[in-house]
Design a protein around this ligand. Structure first.
Ligand code: NAD
Length: 477
């Protein structure tokens, strides 16, 4: 069910759905978070299915691992072509199941990123590194396949994050067994069906199921490396269950990214970029701006400029072309966001816009919300809200803003806005895997990405990302 080449036309939405749905009478209904309509029924696999997938992956990997980088890159480029040929069908499936609109930095953008990351993983050069070459002898460092890479993903960017795991793993000669989030299995099964049109039989398996199946994959003896993207608490559980097999790990975990607007920044000019840094994917993004620190000298003007931008960004059903913001993907996330905004309101913070979701709606829409005059220790600032609610905190001196930015246990992304030289000096003091200047969340397949502190460890993207899904091997003579 997870690797067979589909017999239906996966360039159409109906064909794609037919290729991935559970057999008649089985599976779980996946509902559109915007309307409550049933999108399709997703299969749920057992641990025996997982064992079978790992064993088939091991067999397929033997031949694949022998191929040259050029041969594997050629297949990855064809996989990117296949994604592009099915782009509209994939975007519609993603929009319906995840909720994100087709337009804006959302479903079509995500599918485009899948093709871009596949091509980037194919393009990097990775030659053996000559470490010593003198009269004492020679030593070379090479990177060899791990074998089977296990991958576990979240529900916010289900296709793109899956490609972030699949593309480098395949490029380095591994097979992949991927467990998608139970909230977005169809999206990842759809991506898998498209990729499996061109990948060698048995190399990529998508195994839908819940947290227990993820735990079984994490502990599996046939899996040599695990790539995980999700919450910090699940990351901690994974470290524990990976201990017995000493599995290699890449952990991309939660964040609560700070953005600091420096005195003198042109707040009108940056407002739209700040907005999208925070509200991309309706705020459901790991490296989105989740707490904004603005100097008191332009606090009111920044608040006004953000309200202006927010008023002009339509939110609604994903398939309606005008929308650029969508619903929360699930009720649990909706409750987290509304609970945090209520706590802010109760503490006396000022809601500039939003904060009042419609009662009895069929979807999980939470309005675009900006919250001003809020204390740094309010839960809406201190916890990862992962939704369309941005707290804007006033500061009086930059040292205070840096201390607040560094005051949490997480450290994924961050940003500084203003004069470039001043911003670079502040960036050097921020504890995060990435600090962007005058932008936020601008991930790039050529630039390594990863968290520090409780946001995880290991790098994705770029040549460093390739090395992290391979085993370093020294040959010395
Ligand atoms: P989650 O941790 O609840 O679930 C992620 C995945 O882990 C799911 O597939 C789930 O089934 C699986 N899982 C659950 N329990 C497991 C266990 N014991 N062992 C193995 N797998 C298990 O996260 P989520 O709610 O889907 O995603 C949101 C979180 O992910 C946020 O905190 C967000 O910041 C983070 N995230 C991080 C990045 C990054 O690159 N750092 C990217 C996207 C999302």
């Amino acid at each position: 069910m997870t690797t067979e080449t589909s017999t239906t036309d996966v360039t159409t939405f109906d064909g794609l759905l037919a290729a991935i749905q559970a057999p008649e009478g089985q599976g779980v209904e996946m509902k559109d978070p915007a309307t409550g309509a049933v999108v399709g029924k997703a299969p749920v696999l057992s641990e025996a299915d997982l064992d079978a997938a790992v064993s088939r992956a091991q067999q397929a990997q033997r031949g694949w691992g022998q191929k040259s980088h050029a041969e594997r890159s050629e297949v990855l480029n064809r996989a990117a072509d296949a994604v592009e040929a099915s782009a509209e069908a994939l975007a519609e499936l993603l929009s319906r199941e995840q909720g994100k609109p087709l337009n804006g930095p959302n479903a079509r953008f995500e599918v485009g990123a899948c093709a871009a990351w596949l091509r980037a993983a194919a393009a990097f050069e990775l030659e053996p590194e000559v470490l010593v070459d003198d009269e004492s002898g020679k030593a070379v460092l090479e990177y060899v396949p791990v074998g089977v890479v296990g991958a576990i993903g979240p529900w916010n960017w289900p296709m793109m994050i899956s490609v972030w795991q699949i593309a480098p793993s395949l490029r380095m000669g591994n097979a992949v067994v991927l467990k998608p989030s139970e909230y977005t299995p169809l999206s990842v099964l759809g991506l898998g069906a498209v990729l499996n049109q061109v990948l060698p039989e048995g190399l990529l398996h998508v195994v839908p199921g819940g947290g227990e199946l993820g735990a079984a994959l994490t502990a599996h003896r046939g899996v040599g490396k695990l790539m995980f993207t999700g919450s910090t608490s699940t990351g901690q559980a994974i470290i524990r269950s990976a201990a017995d097999t000493l599995k290699r790990l890449t952990l991309e975990l939660g964040g609560n990214d700070a953005g600091i607007v420096l005195p003198g920044a042109d707040v009108k000019a940056i407002a739209e970029d700040v907005f999208w840094g925070a509200f991309i994917n309706t705020g459901q993004t790991c490296a989105a701006l989740k707490r904004l620190y603005v100097h008191e000298s332009q606090y009111d003007r920044m608040c006004e400029a953000l309200v202006q931008v927010a008023q002009n960004m339509p939110m609604g059903v994903g398939l309606e072309e005008q929308n650029v913001l969508g619903p929360l993907q699930n009720k649990q996330q909706f409750d987290i966001v509304s609970g945090l905004v209520e706590k802010a309101r109760d503490a006396g913070a000022r809601i500039l816009i939003g904060g009042d979701p419609e009662a009895d709606q069929p979807g999980h829409f939470y309005p675009t919300t900006l919250v001003a005059d809020i204390d740094n220790d309010n839960p809406l600032v201190a916890q990862e809200q992962f939704g369309p609610a941005l707290p804007i905190v006033k500061y009086t001196d930059v040292d205070q803003a840096v201390a607040w930015a560094n005051g949490l246990e997480v450290g994924l992304g961050s940003s500084v806005w203003g004069d470039q030289d001043d911003a670079r000096a502040v960036a050097a003091r921020i504890e995060a895997g990435t600090t962007w200047i005058n932008k936020h969340g601008a991930v790039d397949p050529r630039i390594p990405f990863g968290g520090v502190k409780m946001s995880g460890f290991g790098l994705e993207f770029g040549v460093d990302g390739l090395k992290s899904v391979a085993l370093p091997k020294v040959v010395s003579w």
